[in-house]
Design a protein around this ligand. Structure first.
Ligand code: 5RP
Length: 218
């Protein structure tokens, strides 16, 4: 099984969490795309979705799946999204696709966050994947200097603008030993919109596709 098939296997397992009448929060990325495509087969079962990016909204609409505004629907029962890394506590790094701010908003508005990935994403210590930070453009240098002071090596994601009109700094060389603490610390820096550490609100369930089948961590 290749990596993409493992992602698809995780997405198939996540479909089991979809119940009648739900409005489902939808993540962004190749694994979330598998979930969207599978959701199309049972779209009559749900009332609609809330998307974490323009790209996911477009894919959902392409399948004829209703996309709603979060402000119109309140708390969601379920959010399904991928991740760039997870530790065993289900603290995540997200934002490889640049959708981290809306992803964190939808995750924060959801009762259950089911994270889907292939098993290469499970790590002992977060940080080998460069940490994405969405930043207001005028704060680029300030935030970069602060990240250097924290031991990181920030790199501007060239030619990329988020759905919110901001930039992304990808911070290399961090070993994130205390994810909740670092999430809070980076969030304090003026100009930071969102840091891609999802630890204050971790995933509730992690479904990993692997050579040996699908594994579920809670
Ligand atoms: C997008 C994300 C994605 O969930 C993350 O990048 C994983 O992507 P993929 O499913 O393509 O491996 O956080 O902002």
């Amino acid at each position: 099984m290749n990596q993409d098939e493992m992602k698809k296997a995780a997405a198939e397992a996540a479909i089991e969490y979809v119940e009648n009448g739900m409005i489902v929060g939808i993540g962004t990325g190749s694994t979330a795309n598998h979930f969207i495509d599978l959701l199309a087969d049972i779209k009559g079962k749900i009332d609609g979705t809330v998307a974490s990016s323009e790209a996911s909204a477009e894919r959902l609409r392409g399948h004829g799946i209703p996309v709603m505004e979060l402000n119109d629907v309140g708390t969601l029962s379920l959010y399904v999204d991928g991740a760039d890394e997870s530790n065993k506590y289900l603290h995540l790094i997200k934002g490889g696709g640049g959708a981290l701010t809306r992803e964190k908003i939808v995750a924060g508005a959801s009762e259950k966050f089911v994270c889907i990935a292939d098993d290469s994403k499970l790590v002992d210590v977060l940080g080998a994947f460069p940490l994405p930070i969405e930043v207001i453009p005028m704060a680029r240098s300030l935030v970069a200097r602060k990240m250097v002071a924290m031991g990181g090596s920030p790199v501007l994601r060239e030619g990329f603008v988020t759905d919110n009109g901001n930039i992304i700094l990808d911070v290399h060389n961090l070993q994130i030993m205390e994810p909740v603490h670092m999430e809070t610390e980076i969030n304090q820096i003026p100009g930071v919109v969102t840091v891609g550490i999802f630890a204050e609100r971790p995933a509730d369930i992690l479904i990993l596709g692997s050579e040996a089948g699908v594994k579920t961590l809670t």
